[in-house]
Design a protein around this ligand. Sequence first.
Ligand SMILES: Nc1ncnc2c1ncn2[C@@H]1O[C@H](COP(=O)(O)OP(=O)(O)OP(=O)(O)O)[C@@H](O)[C@H]1O
Length: 350
Amino acid sequence: MADALLTVEGLSLGFRGDGGFAHILDGANMTVRGGEIMGLVGESGCGKTTLARAILGVLPRHSLEIRGGRIDFGGVDMLSPDSAEAQESVRGRRVTFIPQDPFTSLNPVFTIGQQIDELMKWKSPRRAAGSSRAPALLTPYPRARRRIDREKVMEMLNLVQLPRPDQLLRKYPHEVSGGQRQRLMIAMALLPEPDLIIADEPTTALDVTIQAQILGLLRKLASDRDVAVILTTHDLGSAYEICDRITVMYAGQDVEAAPVAEFFNRPTHPYTAKLLASLPEGGGGMTGIPGELPSFYAPPPGCRFQTRCERATEGCRTRPPANVAGPGHVVRCVHPLFETAAPVQKEAQG
Ligand SMILES: Nc1ncnc2c1ncn2[C@@H]1O[C@H](COP(=O)(O)OP(=O)(O)OP(=O)(O)O)[C@@H](O)[C@H]1O
């Protein structure tokens, strides 16, 4: 895709443990264009967080095994050891992260101001890339840059509607509410002026009343700045409200990707249709689909959804093709619910 900011193609990886090798992602694909909000949805355990963490490069190295595929971010190969330096300039700067639970990402023994200073010392857009090879403790934070960075921090804290930012900077994380901490996380994700923010269930830990405010704020600020967002969520109602496109994952694979209106009007993979049918009245979280996710240790050949799908036939036990179901609409199914235009030509979707 010509205007893709991020392309994940055929990504297969897993973890080696006492039970053997767990195939967590198996040929996963995802494309995110500049400035768009991509919802990454699917049941608990389908691999959303693993995919998000693979893009960020923060999966546990001791047990991780990458078996194939690629992650390209704006021309940087995010998996190759040859591009380690370029990856460094992407992570935390061109790609930033909003965690599920901000409390565990903030250090309880430092004030919020100290933690934001530390972030800006290393990730400020005004810091020249690779500007110092000195050990961290000896690396200076020039006074002139520090002053401009602080101005930008105050502006940003106002934009995320945090009251009395000067007082807030003197507080410790436990002294502010969950909603305020998550506004702070949005500010910290935006301060490096990234091209992409990965928000991993950013409102799960919050009251329902605050969830919509926080997601609305994220959408507005990202759109104003033309920043793309990957929002992993169980909550299809929220995805409908704020996303431009949706990618559905099932058992480590993307099974459908479509623009948001198309996704809700013409769900084409049987799993997507069941997900939508399983929504409680008024949208919101998924209530469950009968049956279980297949084992990650011994995934079935062919379609991973075959054991829970009434449409499954013998053909589903071999490799399911990806089909084009409309503009920007791809579905990984032998028996899609709507007519598809054409099989996807390349093998990468398999
Ligand atoms: N480091 C690891 N070692 C072994 N298994 C792991 C590891 N990290 C994740 N997994 C397993 O990978 C599977 C996918 O987990 P992941 O957190 O990516 O799913 P998810 O879709 O984000 O779920 P949730 O919505 O509940 O956060 C789970 O079965 C999980 O136990």
